[in-house]
Design a protein around this ligand. Structure first.
Ligand SMILES: Cc1cc2nc3c(=O)[nH]c(=O)nc-3n(C[C@H](O)[C@H](O)[C@H](O)COP(=O)(O)O)c2cc1C
Length: 500
């Protein structure tokens, strides 16, 4: 009997794996003449100057919103190049290509009349490009999600696929979702700093949401809808609804040519308005997935990271965050590693500092964490499974993997010289059973969100961090001993930055 056909998302994952044999064929030639513009512009609209709101807020609400949007996706550095300068932002982006766009939908506030607003990072302003009551349509797109009942504002994050596909071709869909996961991490944390509670909605009717924002579905798409509950308004203290809904699982596909896989996957992950596959968020897992027999176990419990008065240190970390470009190779202490893990995976330890004890993810019960340790004082070198409920590291394989990590990360020195490399993984079959093809988005969004927490914790501790979206997928499992069912989603390197 032949095996049942695999889902399109799984097929996509297999087809977009990097492999030493085929990577050259996947091509790396860039057509500089068609280099995408990282900024979206509108011909018409009314500008709301958010930069002025940073200096002297005209109202508490607009001042907080200006700060929130700056922390979400604002520009934080300018790099000279031979042509136009390149701008870096609070959220990292694979290859600095910034496929994400940020919109704001207002239900109607004295400072922000009802309508659609586009966030323009370069001047740090909002452009109102559509006036009118669109809230009802937004609610309809989310199947009347409870978080939109009493809120007045929602951020919508979209992606312009070509910006990333220009360089990464079909594999770009992975990086786009990872990028947006980082950006959602900023929204989550910046909301706490500025008295909002962000609710992530990843299950929505795509066609409706795209139409609401006047997106061109051939080139861009809605990726997350984020109602912002204003915590200064008691009415808006709402009980959360589901973050994720299931899509269908597509198994009837044939011979999708290279170059069309990304679009085919985006299509397959969509939810129809008339879907009958909707389901509530399942209960969170209550136990760690792996417990290897006879493995050594090392507890990781730690004091929480201190984010300073009123989370001022968190705001600074978001604004100053940069991806580390080179590590010295020096060790981290076990205490430093434990701090990083504590902030990333134990949000309940940060309630007293004003952060959310259970921030929204799409389905964290499906994402696992493995850590290749090359230089952590007090820890044997090797690969470990991080058990978040038990808060311990469980050793999978003993060895110093520096040389192998260099290879696994496509020859990037960051992999070799990092003190530790965190791999997020998931069982695609299991995830697909639960959420259909849309699981593929959720897994990468959540992995990016965790990546952002790791990055910010590293900033606060004056350590280095950088994401790595390109790796030899299958070899990561083989070499590090990560179970074969675990598809590698993302790598985050951690270590001591090299000083020049
Ligand atoms: C999903 C993702 C994948 C990335 N992959 C790599 C990588 O493979 N190698 C690398 O050097 N940097 C990688 N980066 C870091 C980006 O190059 C970096 O974010 C971008 O240049 C902007 O710089 P900044 O993070 O300092 O703002 C990645 C970042 C993200 C979010």
């Amino acid at each position: 009997m032949s095996d049942p056909p695999i889902s399109l998302s799984w097929h996509y994952h297999e087809r977009t794996k990097y492999d030493p044999e085929t990577i050259a064929r996947q091509g790396n030639d860039l057509d500089w003449d068609s280099q995408p513009d990282p900024f979206k512009t509108y011909k018409l609209g009314k500008t709301i100057d958010l930069a002025a709101e940073l200096r002297s807020p005209s109202s508490d609400r607009l001042g907080r919103l200006s700060r929130l949007l700056r922390l979400t996706y604002g520009l934080t550095a300018k790099i000279r190049t031979l042509s136009a300068p390149m701008f870096l932002r609070t959220a990292p982006s694979a290859g600095g290509l910034y496929p994400a766009e940020v919109y704001l939908v207002s239900r109607g506030l004295p400072e922000l009349t009802a309508g659609l607003y586009h966030y323009q990072p370069q001047p740090h302003s909002l452009l109102r490009f559509w006036d009118g009551d669109v809230w009802g349509e937004l609610q309809k797109s989310t199947f009347w999600h409870p978080a939109l009942e009493d809120t007045q504002l929602a951020i919508v994050v979209t992606a312009i696929f070509w910006r990333s596909a220009w360089r990464y071709r079909d594999r770009a869909y992975r990086r786009i979702n990872l990028d947006i996961g980082h950006l959602l991490g900023n929204i989550e944390l910046a909301s706490s700093v500025h008295d909002y509670r962000a609710h992530f909605i990843g299950g929505f009717a795509d066609t409706n949401a795209d139409a609401l924002l006047y997106l061109d579905p051939d080139v861009e798409g809605t990726m997350a809808i984020v109602p912002l509950a204003d915590l200064n308004d008691i009415q808006q203290h709402i009980s959360p609804g589901p973050s994720a809904l299931a899509s269908d699982t597509q198994t009837d596909y044939r011979d999708i040519p290279d170059g069309q896989l990304l679009a085919a996957l985006h299509q397959a992950t969509q939810i129809d308005t008339d879907t009958d596959a909707l389901q509530p968020n399942s209960e969170a897992a209550v136990e760690d997935k792996y417990n290897f027999p006879f493995c050594s176990k090392i507890g990781t419990s730690s004091r929480p990271i201190d984010w300073g008065e009123n989370l001022s240190g968190l705001e600074i970390a978001i604004l100053k965050r940069r991806s580390t470009r080179a590590y010295s190779g020096a060790s981290l202490s076990l205490a430093e590693l434990n701090f990083l893990l504590d902030f990333t995976y134990q949000p309940q330890h940060y309630v007293e500092q004003g952060l959310d004890n259970a921030p929204d993810y799409f389905d964290l019960s499906l994402v696992e964490t493995f850590i290749a340790v090359s230089a952590v004082e007090g820890l044997d070198d090797g690969c470990y499974y991080y058990a978040p409920y038990s808060q311990e590291l469980r050793q999978v394989r003993f060895k110093n993997f520096r040389r192998e990590l260099h290879f696994l990360c496509l020859g990037q020195d960051l992999g070799r010289d990092a003190a530790a490399v965190v791999f997020h993984t998931a069982d695609l079959a299991k995830a697909g059973e639960k959420w259909g093809d849309r699981a593929y988005r959720y897994l990468h969004l959540d992995a990016g969100h965790l990546g952002q927490r790791l990055n910010l914790a590293a900033m606060r501790l004056e350590l280095g961090a950088s994401g790595i979206g390109g790796f030899f997928d299958n070899y990561v499992n083989q070499v590090l001993g990560i179970p074969d069912d675990e598809a590698v989603l993302y790598a985050t390197t951690l270590g001591r930055p090299r000083s020049y």
